[in-house]
Write a protein that binds this ligand. Structure first.
Ligand code: URA
Length: 433
Protein backbone atom coordinates (compact mmCIF):
# COMPACT_ATOMS: atom_id res chain seq x y z
CA UNK A 1 0.00 0.00 0.00
CA UNK A 2 1.23 3.51 -0.75
CA UNK A 3 -0.08 6.62 1.01
CA UNK A 4 -0.01 8.61 -2.23
CA UNK A 5 -2.45 6.14 -3.84
CA UNK A 6 -4.81 6.37 -0.86
CA UNK A 7 -4.76 10.19 -0.96
CA UNK A 8 -5.56 10.00 -4.67
CA UNK A 9 -8.40 7.55 -4.07
CA UNK A 10 -10.01 9.88 -1.51
CA UNK A 11 -9.37 12.91 -3.73
CA UNK A 12 -11.39 11.15 -6.45
CA UNK A 13 -14.25 10.53 -4.01
CA UNK A 14 -13.70 6.77 -3.72
CA UNK A 15 -14.25 4.80 -0.51
CA UNK A 16 -11.43 3.33 1.53
CA UNK A 17 -11.49 -0.12 3.11
CA UNK A 18 -11.01 -0.71 6.84
CA UNK A 19 -7.55 -2.10 6.06
CA UNK A 20 -6.58 1.07 4.17
CA UNK A 21 -7.83 3.32 6.98
CA UNK A 22 -5.88 1.28 9.55
CA UNK A 23 -2.76 1.61 7.41
CA UNK A 24 -3.12 5.42 7.35
CA UNK A 25 -3.85 5.85 11.07
CA UNK A 26 -1.16 3.42 12.23
CA UNK A 27 1.41 4.77 9.74
CA UNK A 28 0.84 8.36 10.82
CA UNK A 29 0.80 7.61 14.56
CA UNK A 30 4.03 5.60 14.30
CA UNK A 31 5.75 8.32 12.26
CA UNK A 32 6.08 6.44 8.92
CA UNK A 33 3.60 8.76 7.18
CA UNK A 34 4.76 12.39 7.21
CA UNK A 35 2.64 15.42 8.15
CA UNK A 36 2.43 16.67 4.55
CA UNK A 37 0.82 13.45 3.29
CA UNK A 38 -1.56 13.23 6.26
CA UNK A 39 -2.52 16.90 5.71
CA UNK A 40 -3.36 16.19 2.07
CA UNK A 41 -5.43 13.17 3.12
CA UNK A 42 -7.34 15.14 5.78
CA UNK A 43 -8.12 17.88 3.25
CA UNK A 44 -9.38 15.25 0.80
CA UNK A 45 -11.68 13.91 3.58
CA UNK A 46 -12.94 17.46 4.23
CA UNK A 47 -13.78 17.93 0.57
CA UNK A 48 -15.07 14.46 -0.36
CA UNK A 49 -16.42 13.14 2.95
CA UNK A 50 -16.56 9.56 4.18
CA UNK A 51 -19.34 7.00 4.25
CA UNK A 52 -20.58 5.42 7.51
CA UNK A 53 -18.34 2.32 7.18
CA UNK A 54 -15.26 4.48 6.68
CA UNK A 55 -16.19 6.62 9.70
CA UNK A 56 -16.65 3.52 11.88
CA UNK A 57 -13.30 2.14 10.69
CA UNK A 58 -11.61 5.46 11.45
CA UNK A 59 -13.16 5.49 14.94
CA UNK A 60 -11.99 1.92 15.63
CA UNK A 61 -8.50 2.74 14.35
CA UNK A 62 -8.34 5.69 16.81
CA UNK A 63 -9.55 3.49 19.69
CA UNK A 64 -7.01 0.75 18.83
CA UNK A 65 -4.14 3.27 18.78
CA UNK A 66 -4.08 3.49 22.60
CA UNK A 67 -5.25 2.14 25.92
CA UNK A 68 -8.88 1.17 26.58
CA UNK A 69 -10.28 1.83 30.04
CA UNK A 70 -11.65 -1.35 31.59
CA UNK A 71 -14.73 -0.50 33.66
CA UNK A 72 -15.85 -4.11 34.04
CA UNK A 73 -15.32 -3.96 37.83
CA UNK A 74 -18.03 -1.31 38.07
CA UNK A 75 -21.51 -2.68 38.64
CA UNK A 76 -24.33 -1.57 36.34
CA UNK A 77 -24.53 0.05 32.92
CA UNK A 78 -21.83 2.70 32.52
CA UNK A 79 -23.44 5.63 30.71
CA UNK A 80 -21.15 8.40 29.54
CA UNK A 81 -22.11 11.85 28.30
CA UNK A 82 -20.30 14.14 25.92
CA UNK A 83 -20.93 17.72 24.91
CA UNK A 84 -19.71 18.99 21.57
CA UNK A 85 -18.70 22.16 23.43
CA UNK A 86 -20.22 25.51 24.20
CA UNK A 87 -20.15 28.59 26.42
CA UNK A 88 -21.42 28.40 30.00
CA UNK A 89 -21.90 24.65 29.61
CA UNK A 90 -21.72 23.38 33.18
CA UNK A 91 -24.17 20.50 32.61
CA UNK A 92 -21.64 17.67 33.19
CA UNK A 93 -20.98 18.84 36.75
CA UNK A 94 -24.70 18.93 37.55
CA UNK A 95 -25.35 15.51 35.98
CA UNK A 96 -22.92 13.67 38.25
CA UNK A 97 -24.90 14.16 41.51
CA UNK A 98 -28.29 13.87 39.77
CA UNK A 99 -27.39 10.53 38.13
CA UNK A 100 -25.79 9.30 41.36
CA UNK A 101 -29.07 10.07 43.20
CA UNK A 102 -30.96 8.10 40.54
CA UNK A 103 -28.51 5.24 41.11
CA UNK A 104 -26.72 5.01 37.79
CA UNK A 105 -22.92 4.87 38.00
CA UNK A 106 -21.04 7.86 36.58
CA UNK A 107 -17.40 7.01 35.82
CA UNK A 108 -16.39 10.20 34.09
CA UNK A 109 -13.28 11.28 32.22
CA UNK A 110 -13.33 14.92 31.20
CA UNK A 111 -11.13 17.44 29.49
CA UNK A 112 -9.85 20.95 30.05
CA UNK A 113 -11.06 24.03 28.20
CA UNK A 114 -9.39 25.51 25.14
CA UNK A 115 -10.27 28.70 23.27
CA UNK A 116 -13.81 29.99 23.77
CA UNK A 117 -15.13 26.79 25.39
CA UNK A 118 -14.59 25.83 29.04
CA UNK A 119 -13.72 22.38 30.39
CA UNK A 120 -15.35 20.44 33.22
CA UNK A 121 -12.01 19.60 34.87
CA UNK A 122 -11.03 23.30 35.09
CA UNK A 123 -14.41 24.20 36.55
CA UNK A 124 -14.21 21.52 39.24
CA UNK A 125 -10.67 22.56 40.12
CA UNK A 126 -12.10 25.99 41.02
CA UNK A 127 -13.42 24.23 44.18
CA UNK A 128 -10.67 24.43 46.84
CA UNK A 129 -8.90 21.08 47.26
CA UNK A 130 -10.80 19.25 44.48
CA UNK A 131 -8.54 16.52 42.99
CA UNK A 132 -9.05 15.45 39.39
CA UNK A 133 -6.44 12.73 39.43
CA UNK A 134 -7.35 9.54 41.28
CA UNK A 135 -5.67 6.15 41.22
CA UNK A 136 -7.46 3.49 39.19
CA UNK A 137 -8.51 1.69 42.40
CA UNK A 138 -9.85 4.90 44.00
CA UNK A 139 -11.77 5.70 40.81
CA UNK A 140 -13.39 2.26 40.59
CA UNK A 141 -14.14 2.05 44.31
CA UNK A 142 -15.69 5.56 44.41
CA UNK A 143 -18.00 4.68 41.52
CA UNK A 144 -19.05 1.39 43.14
CA UNK A 145 -19.57 2.95 46.55
CA UNK A 146 -20.89 6.44 45.77
CA UNK A 147 -21.89 6.04 42.09
CA UNK A 148 -19.65 8.92 41.03
CA UNK A 149 -16.03 9.75 40.23
CA UNK A 150 -14.26 12.00 37.77
CA UNK A 151 -10.71 12.15 36.45
CA UNK A 152 -8.91 14.16 33.77
CA UNK A 153 -8.51 12.55 30.36
CA UNK A 154 -5.75 9.94 30.34
CA UNK A 155 -2.97 10.84 27.86
CA UNK A 156 -2.74 7.20 26.79
CA UNK A 157 -6.25 7.17 25.31
CA UNK A 158 -6.58 7.54 21.50
CA UNK A 159 -3.07 8.93 20.80
CA UNK A 160 -3.82 8.79 17.04
CA UNK A 161 -6.70 11.23 17.50
CA UNK A 162 -4.50 13.53 19.57
CA UNK A 163 -1.79 13.67 16.91
CA UNK A 164 -4.27 14.08 14.06
CA UNK A 165 -6.31 16.72 15.94
CA UNK A 166 -3.17 18.84 16.37
CA UNK A 167 -2.54 18.60 12.62
CA UNK A 168 -6.19 19.42 11.80
CA UNK A 169 -5.94 22.51 13.96
CA UNK A 170 -3.22 24.01 11.74
CA UNK A 171 -4.43 22.75 8.34
CA UNK A 172 -8.01 24.10 8.39
CA UNK A 173 -9.40 20.56 8.58
CA UNK A 174 -11.21 20.69 11.93
CA UNK A 175 -14.72 21.33 10.60
CA UNK A 176 -15.33 18.01 8.88
CA UNK A 177 -18.22 15.96 10.26
CA UNK A 178 -16.54 12.53 9.68
CA UNK A 179 -13.39 13.78 11.44
CA UNK A 180 -15.23 15.42 14.36
CA UNK A 181 -17.57 12.43 14.83
CA UNK A 182 -14.78 9.82 14.84
CA UNK A 183 -12.62 11.97 17.13
CA UNK A 184 -15.37 12.37 19.75
CA UNK A 185 -16.73 8.82 19.58
CA UNK A 186 -13.30 7.18 19.75
CA UNK A 187 -12.63 8.92 23.09
CA UNK A 188 -15.98 7.82 24.54
CA UNK A 189 -15.49 4.21 23.41
CA UNK A 190 -11.88 4.05 24.65
CA UNK A 191 -13.09 5.45 28.01
CA UNK A 192 -15.15 2.26 28.48
CA UNK A 193 -18.74 3.48 28.09
CA UNK A 194 -21.52 0.91 27.61
CA UNK A 195 -23.95 3.62 26.52
CA UNK A 196 -23.45 7.21 25.40
CA UNK A 197 -25.61 10.34 25.56
CA UNK A 198 -24.34 13.06 23.23
CA UNK A 199 -25.18 16.71 23.76
CA UNK A 200 -24.73 18.22 20.29
CA UNK A 201 -24.82 21.98 20.63
CA UNK A 202 -26.14 24.20 17.86
CA UNK A 203 -25.86 27.96 17.48
CA UNK A 204 -23.46 30.88 17.70
CA UNK A 205 -21.36 29.38 20.53
CA UNK A 206 -21.14 25.88 19.05
CA UNK A 207 -19.01 24.09 16.46
CA UNK A 208 -22.20 23.50 14.50
CA UNK A 209 -23.82 26.83 13.71
CA UNK A 210 -26.89 25.46 11.89
CA UNK A 211 -29.47 22.78 12.69
CA UNK A 212 -28.84 20.72 9.50
CA UNK A 213 -25.12 20.51 10.36
CA UNK A 214 -25.85 19.63 13.99
CA UNK A 215 -28.31 16.97 12.81
CA UNK A 216 -25.73 15.44 10.50
CA UNK A 217 -23.07 15.35 13.24
CA UNK A 218 -25.58 13.89 15.71
CA UNK A 219 -26.82 11.14 13.40
CA UNK A 220 -23.26 10.28 12.30
CA UNK A 221 -22.21 9.82 15.94
CA UNK A 222 -25.33 7.81 16.80
CA UNK A 223 -24.60 5.49 13.85
CA UNK A 224 -20.96 5.07 14.93
CA UNK A 225 -22.04 4.25 18.49
CA UNK A 226 -24.58 1.67 17.31
CA UNK A 227 -22.20 0.12 14.77
CA UNK A 228 -19.71 -0.40 17.61
CA UNK A 229 -22.34 -1.95 19.90
CA UNK A 230 -23.05 1.02 22.21
CA UNK A 231 -26.57 2.32 22.90
CA UNK A 232 -26.30 5.93 21.78
CA UNK A 233 -28.67 8.92 21.90
CA UNK A 234 -27.87 12.43 20.64
CA UNK A 235 -29.75 15.47 21.93
CA UNK A 236 -29.40 18.66 19.89
CA UNK A 237 -29.47 21.49 22.43
CA UNK A 238 -29.40 25.24 22.01
CA UNK A 239 -26.15 27.22 22.08
CA UNK A 240 -27.35 30.41 20.40
CA UNK A 241 -26.44 32.14 23.69
CA UNK A 242 -24.47 31.08 26.79
CA UNK A 243 -26.22 28.36 28.77
CA UNK A 244 -27.56 29.79 32.04
CA UNK A 245 -26.25 33.13 33.26
CA UNK A 246 -22.65 32.43 34.30
CA UNK A 247 -19.51 31.92 32.24
CA UNK A 248 -16.11 31.19 33.83
CA UNK A 249 -14.92 28.51 36.21
CA UNK A 250 -15.83 29.59 39.78
CA UNK A 251 -18.89 31.43 38.43
CA UNK A 252 -20.18 28.28 36.80
CA UNK A 253 -19.70 26.23 39.97
CA UNK A 254 -21.82 28.83 41.81
CA UNK A 255 -24.52 28.46 39.18
CA UNK A 256 -24.45 24.64 39.44
CA UNK A 257 -25.05 24.94 43.20
CA UNK A 258 -28.17 27.06 42.55
CA UNK A 259 -29.31 24.64 39.85
CA UNK A 260 -28.99 21.66 42.20
CA UNK A 261 -31.07 23.51 44.78
CA UNK A 262 -33.82 23.77 42.17
CA UNK A 263 -33.11 27.46 41.56
CA UNK A 264 -31.49 27.18 38.12
CA UNK A 265 -32.17 29.21 34.97
CA UNK A 266 -34.82 27.63 32.77
CA UNK A 267 -32.55 26.79 29.80
CA UNK A 268 -29.93 25.22 32.07
CA UNK A 269 -32.53 23.28 34.10
CA UNK A 270 -34.36 21.87 31.07
CA UNK A 271 -31.12 20.92 29.29
CA UNK A 272 -29.68 19.23 32.38
CA UNK A 273 -32.88 17.32 33.21
CA UNK A 274 -33.30 16.18 29.60
CA UNK A 275 -29.77 14.79 29.40
CA UNK A 276 -30.01 13.22 32.88
CA UNK A 277 -33.28 11.53 31.87
CA UNK A 278 -31.81 9.96 28.72
CA UNK A 279 -28.83 8.79 30.78
CA UNK A 280 -31.23 7.25 33.30
CA UNK A 281 -33.17 5.46 30.56
CA UNK A 282 -30.03 4.13 28.83
CA UNK A 283 -28.70 3.12 32.25
CA UNK A 284 -31.84 1.04 32.85
CA UNK A 285 -33.16 3.02 35.84
CA UNK A 286 -36.41 3.90 34.01
CA UNK A 287 -38.17 2.53 30.98
CA UNK A 288 -39.47 5.84 29.64
CA UNK A 289 -38.22 9.41 29.32
CA UNK A 290 -41.19 11.16 30.99
CA UNK A 291 -40.95 9.13 34.23
CA UNK A 292 -37.19 9.67 34.31
CA UNK A 293 -37.64 13.43 33.81
CA UNK A 294 -40.16 13.68 36.66
CA UNK A 295 -37.83 11.72 38.95
CA UNK A 296 -34.83 13.92 38.07
CA UNK A 297 -36.89 17.10 38.62
CA UNK A 298 -38.00 15.76 42.05
CA UNK A 299 -34.36 15.16 42.99
CA UNK A 300 -33.60 18.84 42.33
CA UNK A 301 -36.65 20.02 44.30
CA UNK A 302 -35.95 17.74 47.28
CA UNK A 303 -32.42 19.10 47.94
CA UNK A 304 -30.94 15.60 47.49
CA UNK A 305 -28.88 16.70 44.49
CA UNK A 306 -27.05 19.43 46.37
CA UNK A 307 -26.33 17.04 49.28
CA UNK A 308 -24.93 14.58 46.74
CA UNK A 309 -22.74 17.35 45.28
CA UNK A 310 -21.26 17.90 48.76
CA UNK A 311 -20.53 14.18 49.01
CA UNK A 312 -18.94 14.25 45.54
CA UNK A 313 -16.70 17.18 46.46
CA UNK A 314 -15.68 15.44 49.71
CA UNK A 315 -14.73 12.12 48.11
CA UNK A 316 -12.64 13.96 45.51
CA UNK A 317 -10.70 15.73 48.28
CA UNK A 318 -12.43 19.11 48.01
CA UNK A 319 -13.84 21.34 50.74
CA UNK A 320 -17.56 20.55 50.91
CA UNK A 321 -18.30 23.69 52.96
CA UNK A 322 -17.75 25.61 49.69
CA UNK A 323 -21.11 24.27 48.51
CA UNK A 324 -22.94 25.78 51.54
CA UNK A 325 -20.91 28.92 51.25
CA UNK A 326 -20.18 29.64 47.55
CA UNK A 327 -18.56 32.94 48.65
CA UNK A 328 -15.52 30.76 49.44
CA UNK A 329 -14.95 30.31 45.70
CA UNK A 330 -12.41 32.72 44.32
CA UNK A 331 -13.68 36.18 43.38
CA UNK A 332 -12.14 38.63 40.93
CA UNK A 333 -10.94 42.07 41.95
CA UNK A 334 -12.53 44.05 39.10
CA UNK A 335 -16.16 43.98 37.92
CA UNK A 336 -16.95 45.89 34.74
CA UNK A 337 -20.54 46.48 33.61
CA UNK A 338 -21.33 46.53 29.89
CA UNK A 339 -24.27 48.85 29.26
CA UNK A 340 -26.64 49.01 26.34
CA UNK A 341 -26.28 52.02 24.04
CA UNK A 342 -29.92 51.83 23.01
CA UNK A 343 -33.34 50.57 23.98
CA UNK A 344 -34.85 47.39 22.50
CA UNK A 345 -35.08 43.62 22.81
CA UNK A 346 -32.06 41.34 22.74
CA UNK A 347 -32.51 39.58 19.39
CA UNK A 348 -29.26 37.61 19.27
CA UNK A 349 -26.06 37.04 21.23
CA UNK A 350 -22.80 35.90 19.70
CA UNK A 351 -22.02 33.26 22.31
CA UNK A 352 -18.61 32.54 20.82
CA UNK A 353 -17.65 36.20 21.34
CA UNK A 354 -18.80 35.98 24.96
CA UNK A 355 -16.59 32.89 25.31
CA UNK A 356 -13.63 34.68 23.74
CA UNK A 357 -14.22 37.72 25.95
CA UNK A 358 -14.23 35.46 29.02
CA UNK A 359 -10.99 33.84 27.82
CA UNK A 360 -9.42 37.29 27.39
CA UNK A 361 -10.43 38.12 30.97
CA UNK A 362 -8.35 35.14 32.13
CA UNK A 363 -11.01 32.39 32.40
CA UNK A 364 -9.76 30.36 29.42
CA UNK A 365 -6.68 29.32 27.49
CA UNK A 366 -5.50 30.55 24.12
CA UNK A 367 -3.07 27.63 23.93
CA UNK A 368 -2.85 24.37 25.88
CA UNK A 369 0.08 25.61 27.97
CA UNK A 370 -1.71 28.72 29.36
CA UNK A 371 -2.80 28.94 33.00
CA UNK A 372 -6.30 30.13 33.96
CA UNK A 373 -7.83 32.42 36.55
CA UNK A 374 -10.74 30.61 38.26
CA UNK A 375 -12.34 33.87 39.38
CA UNK A 376 -12.53 35.44 35.89
CA UNK A 377 -15.65 35.26 33.76
CA UNK A 378 -18.88 36.93 32.75
CA UNK A 379 -22.32 37.18 34.35
CA UNK A 380 -25.04 37.58 31.74
CA UNK A 381 -27.77 39.93 32.92
CA UNK A 382 -29.77 39.89 29.69
CA UNK A 383 -30.50 37.03 27.35
CA UNK A 384 -32.35 36.66 24.05
CA UNK A 385 -35.89 38.06 24.27
CA UNK A 386 -35.20 40.34 27.25
CA UNK A 387 -36.23 43.99 27.07
CA UNK A 388 -33.40 46.47 27.62
CA UNK A 389 -33.42 50.20 28.33
CA UNK A 390 -30.71 52.57 27.12
CA UNK A 391 -27.91 52.52 29.71
CA UNK A 392 -29.14 49.27 31.29
CA UNK A 393 -26.49 46.63 32.07
CA UNK A 394 -26.23 43.70 29.64
CA UNK A 395 -23.52 41.73 31.43
CA UNK A 396 -20.73 42.09 34.00
CA UNK A 397 -17.12 41.13 33.32
CA UNK A 398 -15.09 39.74 36.25
CA UNK A 399 -11.31 39.86 36.06
CA UNK A 400 -8.02 40.52 37.81
CA UNK A 401 -6.56 42.11 34.68
CA UNK A 402 -6.08 45.84 34.34
CA UNK A 403 -6.38 46.08 30.56
CA UNK A 404 -9.80 44.81 29.52
CA UNK A 405 -10.48 46.92 26.42
CA UNK A 406 -10.54 44.04 23.96
CA UNK A 407 -12.69 41.84 26.23
CA UNK A 408 -15.16 44.71 26.79
CA UNK A 409 -15.45 45.34 23.07
CA UNK A 410 -16.03 41.64 22.32
CA UNK A 411 -18.73 41.39 25.01
CA UNK A 412 -20.46 44.64 23.95
CA UNK A 413 -20.50 43.67 20.26
CA UNK A 414 -21.91 40.24 20.96
CA UNK A 415 -25.37 41.67 21.79
CA UNK A 416 -27.77 42.58 18.94
CA UNK A 417 -30.94 44.51 19.73
CA UNK A 418 -34.16 44.81 17.71
CA UNK A 419 -37.25 46.97 18.17
CA UNK A 420 -39.63 44.00 18.55
CA UNK A 421 -39.35 40.87 20.66
CA UNK A 422 -37.77 37.86 18.83
CA UNK A 423 -39.45 34.44 18.70
CA UNK A 424 -38.80 32.33 21.83
CA UNK A 425 -35.86 29.94 21.62
CA UNK A 426 -36.24 26.17 21.98
CA UNK A 427 -33.85 24.69 24.55
CA UNK A 428 -34.00 21.20 23.04
CA UNK A 429 -34.12 21.14 19.24
CA UNK A 430 -34.19 17.41 18.45
CA UNK A 431 -33.39 13.99 19.83
CA UNK A 432 -31.78 11.42 17.53
CA UNK A 433 -31.67 7.77 18.56
N1 URA B 1 -14.04 17.73 19.88
C1 URA B 1 -13.25 16.65 19.68
O1 URA B 1 -12.95 15.90 20.61
N2 URA B 1 -12.82 16.40 18.42
C2 URA B 1 -13.14 17.17 17.37
O2 URA B 1 -12.73 16.87 16.26
C3 URA B 1 -13.93 18.32 17.60
C4 URA B 1 -14.38 18.55 18.88
Amino acid sequence: MRMVDLINKKKNGEFLSGEEINYIVRGYTEGQIPDYQMSAFLMAVCLKGMNREEISSLTSAFVDSGERVDLSQIEGVKVDKHSSGGVGDKVSIALIPICACIGIPVAKMSGRGLGHTGGTIDKLEAIPGFKTSLSRDEFISNVNRYKMAIVGQSPSLTPADKKIYALRDVTATVDSIPLIASSIMSKKIAAGADAIVLDVKVGSGAFMKSLPHARELASTMVDIGKSLGRKTVAIITDMSQPLGYEVGNANEVREVISLLKGEGAEDLTVTTLTIASYMAVLGGAFTDFDTAYRAAADILKSGRAVDKLKEFVTIQGGRAETIDNPGMLSQAEFHIAIESVRQGYVSSIDAESIGVSSMLLGAGRRSKEDGIDYSAGITMLKKIGDKVDKGERLCILHTNMEDTKQAEEKARNSFCLSSSAPAPIKHIHEVIQ
